[in-house]
Ligand binder design. Structure first.
Ligand code: TZD
Ligand code: CA
Length: 523
């Protein structure tokens, strides 16, 4: 008779969840025992790094990813990174070990009290099976819930369940398939085609889901077909459109009034694959310009129901893109790209624009950038020239500690594409132990640390909020070359542009860290 562990491993193997990101405690060991040879366990030294790596791997592969955490303490450490995975809609399946069933109620050491509620409201589905025999079905539910809703799930399993024997009938769970189809109806498509065809001056706003769905090139085709000025929705965690394309109008500012100002004059605003909108700094004003109509198309039901204005169609944006391409008359939009500007310079240190121009000039066009530098966004979009899908990733809820781990996870998920992490000297500390995992697995990531000795974005926010003189924004004296070497990653510091070019051009067969002293700029 098969054990709970055997059936569960078989189910995970059939669903392709054979890379496990984890950090174990005693509660997890009975699950990890007898892992089939097809499984790969990737150890992270902190649970925030474990989830960050899994998030990167999930966004790189587009597939559900298994995470194994240590009871409540491990799950709690993971929550910060989980806020990013929620908003990047990463299908993570979090599993956590639980004390033996008889010791949970008395709250023995390592009991995860009220486990099914611990990770809410971050996770979509969570549970702890009522008996060992329900573990395989519960695991299958956790996987399907994550896959279908594209939202992390959480399953807590008492560690004395795994060795329990089950009767053969439970194997019926192994072959389950659950599929989703969110195609719009003919009437819905006809209405949308009519709205776009009759619009005088429509605009296109794209969200990260367009890139996640592999629609980057189809979005370009649509914009060119209909001559649509195109923006990226505020606070992007991915890039859904080439940032130097002649139709690109920029990343929408993350304030209510500035969004209306940017979109003024467009009678129809078509939002594909984005929440409406992920505002950040509070700048109140009209949600929409006078005379504008907003139509949002998303397969994220929550994003559709919570928007403050406009109409929403809950459907697969890809089906809408193809229908608009096929059923509307071409308007001959601009094609091609605008030239790159000269980078700004600085006195003592390098200007971030010089760093980004060096990346543009030395890295290949298929490079995946994982960015977590919060005061350099303007410099980044001014200098980078990204023309492929899956080229840009940023922490989706702004939770720091994503950059270094996610870069490691992405490089593991897509070993065919070079990965460069561009991380601030503040952000780097939240996920710094990812360097150890990179060294252990010889993951070929280039980590570029922008050292300006401060929490630059907070200095800028202080000015915005009228609180310029607050404590806790200066971080002098950090040396990431010595920290990196302590985790096994070779590292250098550069102060000149030529040195930076030379370092970036050098071929590395594993991880490397380049620390660059940069001037503080504003986001
Ligand atoms: C987990 C976590 N902690 C704290 C913050 C607050 N925070 C912090 C601390 C920032 C400064 C990051 O500094 P950096 O050096 O990484 O980048 P810049 O100097 O370019 O701003 S930006 C920001 O929102 C956060 N977003 N996430
Ligand atoms: Ca900084």
């Amino acid at each position: 008779m098969p054990t709970v562990r055997r059936i569960s491993h078989q189910f995970l193997e059939r669903r392709g969840l054979t890379t496990v990101f984890g950090n174990p405690g005693s509660n997890e060991l009975p699950f990890l025992a007898e892992l089939p040879a097809s499984f790969r366990y990737v150890l992270g030294l902190h649970e925030g790094v474990v989830v960050g790596m899994a998030d990167g791997y999930a966004q790189a592969t587009g597939r559900p990813v298994l995470v194994n955490l240590h009871a409540a303490a491990g799950s709690g450490n993971a929550m910060g990174a989980l806020t990013n995975a929620v908003y990047s809609r990463s299908p993570l399946v979090l599993t956590a070990g639980q004390q033996v069933r008889s010791a949970i109620g008395l709250e023995a050491m390592l009991a995860n009290v009220d486990a099914a509620h611990l990770m809410r409201p971050l996770v979509g589905w969570s549970g702890e099976p009522s008996c060992a025999a329900d573990v395989p079905r519960s695991l299958a539910q956790a996987v399907f819930e994550a896959e279908l809703h594209r939202r992390p799930t959480y399953l807590s399993v008492p560690y004395d369940d795994w060795a329990q024997e089950l009767d053969d009938s439970v194997a019926v769970t192994l072959d389950r398939e659950v599929r989703r189809g969110f195609a719009p109806t003919e009437d819905q498509l006809a209405e949308l085609v009519g709205q776009v065809s009759t619009a005088r001056n429509p605009a296109l706003v794209l969200g990260g889901d367009i890139d996640a769905a592999g629609l980057f090139d189809r979005a370009v085709a649509l914009a060119e077909h209909l001559a649509l000025p195109t923006w990226v929705a505020p606070s992007p965690h991915r890039l859904p459109f080439p940032n130097r394309h002649r139709l690109f109008r920029g990343v929408l500012p993350a304030g209510i009034a500035p969004v209306s100002t940017a979109l003024a004059g467009h009678d129809l605003i078509l939002v594909l694959g984005a929440p409406v909108f992920r505002y950040h700094q509070h700048v109140p004003g009209p949600y929409l310009p006078e005379g504008s109509r907003l139509v949002q198309v998303t397969d994220d039901l929550g994003a559709a129901t919570r928007a403050p204005m406009g109409e929403a169609l809950v459907a697969d944006p890809g089906a809408v893109v193809e229908a608009l391409l096929a059923r509307t008359t071409a308007r001959g939009g601009e094609t091609g790209y605008v030239p790159n500007p000269e980078p700004a310079t600085a006195e003592e240190a390098l200007h971030p624009e010089q760093v980004f121009a060096a990346l543009r000039e030395t890295q290949t066009a298929d490079t995946t950038y994982v960015v977590e530098s919060t005061s350099t966004n303007s410099a980044w979009w001014r200098q980078m020239d990204l023309r492929q899908g899956s080229s840009y990733f940023f922490p989706a809820s702004g939770g720091l500690g994503f950059g270094l781990p996610a870069a490691v996870g992405m490089a593991m998920g897509r070993p065919d594409r070079p990965v460069v992490a561009v991380v601030g000297d503040g952000s780097a500390n939240y996920g710094i132990t990812a360097l150890w995992t990179a060294a252990q697995h010889r993951v070929p990531v280039t980590f570029v640390i922008l050292r300006n000795g401060t929490y630059g974005a907070l200095r800028w926010f202080g000015g915005l909020l009228g609180t310029p003189d607050v404590p806790g924004t200066e971080i002098p004296g950090l040396d990431f070359t010595r920290i990196a070497e302590g985790y096994g990653v070779p590292a250098t510091t550069v102060t000149e542009v030529d040195e930076l070019h030379a370092q970036l051009k050098a071929v590395a067969d594993g991880p490397r860290l380049i620390q660059v002293d940069t001037q503080l700029t504003t986001p």
